[in-house]
Design a protein around this ligand. Structure first.
Ligand code: GLU
Length: 590
């Protein structure tokens, strides 16, 4: 086995990382990034049999142990997720939701499973509005019970294990149970996040007691135990998701906690939990160069928006232009602005609202959108040109107003390939860092419902991503598997709120068009345009492009860009992995 910079792993576990990057002033306490570190500069990890690329060393180790003992990629994913919920509690866990993109080597089939949270049956489109019908302030909505959707992750883990697991369900709980009982070493990243979020973490007694023991934020390097999580895990492993999470003691505590937070109570009840179901969705795939880029369809906007960016930019020769050329970034930036315009208008949970899902990726539609970029003077599109397009509808066309929703980054992504060639690309979240800040049974409850548009209508025209009972909030998560000749060649994804889409699209372009290895593609500077400013990653070469991009007509902002890309490339049977140097993840392989 080759550990990815074994010394870096030890350093992380013992708790000393380089200084944390400053939080950007305009983002309201998202999960912060860590400054680009040297730990993963240069060479990617290589493996012959199996590989994991995961955001935390404990979770990577748990997954690696499963694979080493002949478990499947799905077994490893279950073990990793259960550990992530403990050691990276701000990002994902049993109280949240996730999407799985899975390639099964034996059948050659790609499957996407949707474990997204659902709105309570009692929710109305006015959930995030005050008496006057005005949208609430973001954190007034987030903190407390109102933002909590029915968690999807426990059901998803059970479903994926039932379909493709090899090892017994309860065995996969052992690493998380052991760490919860015996304790784990708090990482510098967790310390920094707790430090930053003290005020909000102190509003709920259980949350405060765990993250701010004796009123003081957790310290990196200290050992933290979580016996309540061990008990929750025991119930889930013994009784299964239906009885052991969505019913029984855990369900009762979740409902009681959500409803009793008097400052901002939620609507979740026992039947919301009992009725939760994972959904299998058709993978959304788009052609790019010689590959097919596949991922999660609605309720995620991830695969559609990544697919649109690639589909529009693919009309130009990015390979020839190269990564240092401002013209490449004009094309990618404007393709992204157009894609985000469509996203804001049309994308939501298609079980509830009609969507032009196929039309959004039709090659003739995308090449007509690409024509808008063919500017004679090489200038970026003017504001007027950036409007949603007119894609063909699967059924009758519907008028929607543009969405107003804010997503701030937290979340985690992992990539796993096992010795049989099965591949897992999974992005998992509780939405904001520390979710709703409500803790129950040793895990945090999500605030995923704030991914809905707070406004339900605009001038009487409904917004596609408005709250509705049972609906799943629109996501940006983009777990992706790139396929070539029916086989995976790249497994990739990232956290980062709606910037996920830009991070994933850039990494695919850097890997496929610019010939970077997967580690270099992940580490390469971010330039992200979501239909507003052009965000350039501070302290990287991207910032040097600012004057050129301004000359092209963009408003530019240099800032921390907090991705957590984890990816595995498969080249001639060899596994090549990369972990994002902006967080504390690692790659392990054999
Ligand atoms: N809640 C976001 C989504 O589902 C993810 C948040 C993040 O990546 O930080 O799209």
């Amino acid at each position: 086995m080759r550990a990815f910079f074994a010394t870096a792993l030890t350093t992380l576990l013992l708790g000393s990382l380089p200084a944390l990057a400053q939080q950007a002033a305009d983002s309201v306490a998202p999960e912060i990034g860590t400054a680009q570190t040297k730990k993963q500069a240069g060479t990617p990890v290589r493996g012959k049999k199996w590989m994991v690329a995961i955001a935390n060393p404990y979770a990577a180790q748990a997954a690696a142990d499963v694979l080493r003992s002949d478990g499947s990629a799905i077994d490893a994913a279950v073990a990793a997720q259960l550990v992530l919920g403990l050691v990276e509690p701000q990002s994902s866990g049993l109280g949240g939701g996730a999407f799985l993109v899975y390639f099964d080597a034996e059948s050659g089939k790609l499957t996407t499973l949707d474990g997204r949270e659902t709105a309570p049956a009692a929710a109305t489109p006015r959930l995030f509005q005050n008496q006057a019908g005005e949208p609430l302030k973001f954190y007034d909505a987030v903190v407390g019970g109102r933002s909590v959707g029915t968690p999807g992750t426990p059901a998803l883990l059970e479903e994926m294990h039932a379909r493709w697991g090899k090892q017994p369900w309860d065995k996969l709980f052992a690493p998380a149970k052991q760490l919860a009982t015996q304790g784990f070493v708090v990482s510098p990243r967790l310390e920094a996040l707790v430090e930053l979020d003290q005020v909000r973490l102190s509003v709920h007694p259980k949350t405060a007691a765990y993250f701010l023991p004796d009123g003081e934020p957790l310290k990196a390097g200290s050992t933290l135990k979580n016996p309540a999580y061990a008990e929750t895990l025991a119930r889930l492993s013994k009784n299964g998701a239906k009885e052991g999470f969505y019913g029984g003691e855990t369900a009762k505590s979740v409902v009681a906690t959500v409803g009793s937070f008097t400052a901002n109570p939620g609507l979740l009840n026992l039947s919301d939990l009992a009725n939760y179901q994972t959904r299998e969705r058709k993978p959304v795939c788009s052609d790019y160069q010689e590959v097919s880029v596949c991922g999660m369809g609605p309720p995620s906007s991830g695969a559609l928006t990544v697919g649109q960016i690639l589909g529009i930019a693919g009309n130009f020769d990015l390979k020839e232009l190269g990564p240092e050329n401002p013209e490449s970034w004009r094309i990618v930036g404007d393709a992204s602005r157009l894609a985000f315009a469509d996203r804001g208008r049309y994308m939501a949970d298609s079980d509830f609202v009609p969507m032009p899902t196929k039309g959004l990726l039709k090659p003739d539609y995308l090449s007509a959108r690409a024509d808008l970029l063919d500017s004679e003077d090489g200038m970026a599109m003017t504001g007027d040109a950036v409007t949603p397009g007119d894609p063909s509808w699967d059924h009758a066309a519907v008028d929607y107003a543009d969405d107003v929703s804010l997503e701030l980054p937290s979340t985690t992504h992992f990539a796993i390939v096992d010795s049989q060639g099965n591949a897992v690309s999974m992005t998992s979240t509780i939405e904001n860092a520390f979710g709703s800040r409500l803790m129950v049974g040793g895990f945090l409850l999500n605030n995923e419902l704030t991914d809905f548009s707070f406004k339900s209508h605009d001038n009487g025209v409904p917004i596609a991503n408005r709250v509705e009972p049972g609906k799943r909030p629109r996501s940006s998560m983009a777990p992706t598997i790139v396929m070539k000749d029916g086989k995976p060649v790249l497994v990739i994804g990232s956290p980062g709120g709606s910037r996920i889409i830009g991070y994933v699209a850039k990494t695919i372009i850097a890997y496929l068009d610019w010939g970077m290895d997967i580690q270099a593609a992940i580490s390469s500077p971010h330039l992200v345009n979501r239909f507003g400013t052009y965000d350039l990653e501070e302290n990287t070469d991207a910032a040097n492009l600012a004057p050129e991009l301004e000359k092209l007509g963009y408003e530019v902002k240099i800032r921390d860009l907090n991705s957590g890309l984890h990816g595995i490339a498969i080249e001639n049977g060899e596994l090549i992995g990369g972990a994002d140097p902006r967080r504390e993840g690692i790659v392990l392989a054999e």
